[in-house]
Design a protein around this ligand. Structure first.
Ligand code: 5RP
Length: 222
């Protein structure tokens, strides 16, 4: 079986009627949304908020209604993917470029569950390039700062042009190698003027549903 499918399917166990549900971004979340849309009649009173234009469009095509985040009082649960997860359930996100809205929705959710395949589990974060969302104005000066810090930065491109996020920003991907202290690195990077958000998601996931080819495993943050 497809490990992403198994993780997405398992996440359905956490869905109840009458909750506000944050929908993450990425291929694993899209499998989850598809499964959820198929079972829509099993639930009543579900309210969905989205973490990206990509997810909004995907959900709308499946007949789900997306409520603007500004119009909900609170978010009960968010289901999202991740690019890397360490054994403390800290993670790297933003491979799909949606890290800013993903972090806003996650930080405003009572509970966050990530759905990943087992290849995303690592001892130490950093093999996956860390996405950093920056405002376009003066981004080259940030690239120089990241170079000075030996973060191996590279502006993310799409069809030869800068990739533009939902907030009209750029993304700089940093090939850092081992991130020994993600809790220190996140504020250090975030404090640089021009940085909008960092793809380090520390102490955010409450649970991670890991999909293997033949089973799922639930990891819980201690
Ligand atoms: C998007 C993300 C995604 O959650 C992350 O890239 C995982 O994607 P996938 O489920 O396709 O492996 O952070 O910004």
């Amino acid at each position: 079986m497809n490990p992403k499918f198994l993780a997405a399917q398992k996440a359905l166990d956490y869905i109840k009627s009458n909750i506000t549900l944050g929908l993450g971004t990425g291929s694993t979340t899209e499998i989850f949304i598809k499964l959820l849309a198929k079972r829509a009649t099993d639930y009543s009173g579900l309210i969905f908020v989205s973490t990206s234009t990509q997810t909004t469009n995907f959900a709308l095509k499946l007949g789900l209604t997306i409520t603007p985040f500004e119009e909900v009082d609170s978010i009960d649960l968010t289901i999202d993917g991740a690019d890397e997860v360490d054994n403390k359930l800290n993670g790297i996100k933003g491979g799909g470029g949606a890290l800013l809205f993903e972090k806003i929705i996650a930080k405003n959710s009572k509970e966050c569950i990530w759905i990943v395949d087992s290849t995303k589990l690592v001892d130490t974060l950093g093999a996956f390039p860390l996405p950093i969302e920056v405002i376009p104005f003066g981004y080259k000066s940030l690239i120089k700062k990241f170079e000075t810090k030996k973060l191996n930065p590279k502006l993310r491109l799409l069809n030869g042009k800068p990739f533009i996020t939902d907030s009209q920003n750029y993304i700089i991907d940093c090939r850092i190698g081992k991130i020994e202290n993600p809790l220190e690195l996140e504020p250090e990077l975030k404090l640089l003027t021009g940085v909008v958000e960092v793809g380090l998601f520390n102490n955010i996931a409450d649970k991670v549903v890991v999909g293997y080819t033949d089973k799922t495993e639930i990891l819980e943050r201690k």
